[in-house]
Design a protein around this ligand. Sequence first.
Ligand SMILES: O=C(O)CCC(=O)C(=O)O
Length: 274
Amino acid sequence: MADDRFAADLDACHPLSPARQAAFREQGFVKLPGVLQPATLDAVAGEIRRQVQLLNRQDKPMAARSTYEKAFLQIMNLWRVSPEVARFCAGRKLARLAAELMGCRGVRMYHDQALFKEPGGGITPWHCDQQYWPFSGPQCVTAWIPLQAVPAEMGPLAFSIGSHRHDFGRDLEISDESERTISKALTLRDLPVDEGPFALGEVSFHAGWTFHRAGPNRSASMREVMTIIYLADGMRLAEPRNRNQRNDWETWMPGARVGEPIATELNPLLWSDA
Ligand SMILES: O=C(O)CCC(=O)C(=O)O
């Protein structure tokens, strides 16, 4: 990755049809097959795996962990410690897709995270990400990038279709309660769920208010996933509404000021059509 052999794949323009843009607007997420090549994913996966092994501090046995801790090993902002991962995260292909899906002219980095669901790892409870993010508007999106194919038994990311338009449960952090309460609310509203598998190279994008979850990993292999969270250039910092949002402010945009555009050194511009 450091030698930039994968630049063409990382930076190419991936065509996005109006139908897919509309699907993202209507459904709150979209799954795009064939976005990244297997060789690119293989190269970055080696480095992400190495960093996760190096930085992981989770040593409790599965049975002793909370529901959140059982869901995945979560290692954040690898782009700050690894030039290879930084190159991957700076890729213009994904950043441009994020901007085009959100209908904005540019996007900045919020943070990245590796989400490795171990064999025997538990569910990722229903939640929406903007519970954690003190943003002035909805233009933020997560690219969920599997580093191998994710069949049903490994816990692919599942989305409640159209749930970004519903404001129930937005104040619930990831927990047994969020799983219980949101699952009930989604069923009551009859919202369908897309819980299909991911092929290698497929990438999903989900909006900050879209409810999503993942099943347990019943396979014998680690479910290795990288994520990159993008926010629209010009997004302003909002007054935090809970302790998670205060923590995010300090961690991912230290020095940003409430009411002003978010643009700290941790939030570089990754795509702009200007
Ligand atoms: O990978 C998972 O299990 C959950 C991912 C997730 O919640 C997210 O990327 O927002």
